[in-house]
Design a protein around this ligand. Structure first.
Ligand code: URA
Length: 238
């Protein structure tokens, strides 16, 4: 990795803004290879040099990976009128250029990954990749075992798309979990319409085998763990 400005390196961790990084340096809180850094524009190579902040070694990460529990009323596509999910993140993440990996409709809630890793996102969303997405669905009308069989086999949507086989678990008269491996536009809503029903509540409960963290309230987020990131990367390559 090429060297970069110290304030950019510190801000890249998502912990502080570039301005705050400059303040830390001025305070003498940052060392590079054991010497107190005198200036925020010092060039540092995080792979070969050791940077500490307040005595703690900096864990430099090239990219940021976040899991958000998306609330209703926020859009995940920049070309839609807002409010935009990214606006729920602190400025430091917004400045790094974190964006949603895939889309959820404005009124869909639940697991949304956000990252600044364009390569990984692109690979996970590639149509041929078939990454699992699991949704909790509530319907307007009762959902039958016949409907389950139709959706599981693959169904023609009104858009002309034929869906791949998927798994459906009936949880109640009007509640089910659907696991799909593709991600067509409005797929779950259109699948329910294809069996003459209507979605009244839609929550993504897992993506690429990573479940939504139950400790996150709507609108909250956390960084993915090392294990979760490794699992995503494995799926992106597989
Ligand atoms: N399917 C939908 O219809 N909407 C979503 O937001 C996600 C999947």
């Amino acid at each position: 990795m090429a060297s970069m400005r110290l304030d950019k390196l510190l801000a890249g961790t998502g912990l502080v803004s570039r301005k705050e990084a400059g303040v830390l340096v001025k305070k003498g809180a940052v060392t590079v290879d054991g010497a107190v850094a005198k200036s925020a524009d010092l060039h540092v190579d995080p792979e070969t040099q050791t940077v500490t902040v307040n005595g703690r070694p900096l864990q430099y990460k090239e990219h940021v990976y976040l899991m958000m529990n998306k609330p209703e009323g926020y859009v995940s596509a920049t070309d839609d009128p807002g409010p935009y999910v990214v606006s729920l993140l602190p400025q430091n993440y917004q400045k790094i250029g974190v964006f949603p990996c895939g889309r959820l409709d404005k009124n869909t809630v639940g697991l949304l990954l956000l990252t600044d890793d364009g390569t990984l996102s692109h690979r996970l969303l590639a149509p041929a990749r078939h990454v699992d997405k699991e949704y909790l669905v509530r319907t307007k009308f009762p959902f039958s075992v016949e409907d389950e069989a139709v959706l599981e086999a693959g169904v023609d949507l009104e858009t002309g798309v034929h869906t791949l086989p998927c798994e459906v678990d009936i949880r109640g008269e009007k509640e089910l979990v659907i696991r799909i491996r593709e991600g067509k536009y409005h797929q779950i809503k259109l699948m329910l319409r294809a069996v003459h029903n209507q979605v009244t509540y839609l929550e993504r409960i897992s993506f690429a085998g990573i479940p939504l963290d139950p400790s996150l309230s709507r609108g909250e987020f956390r960084e993915l763990t090392e294990e979760e990131i490794a699992s995503l990367k494995k799926q992106a390559e597989g």
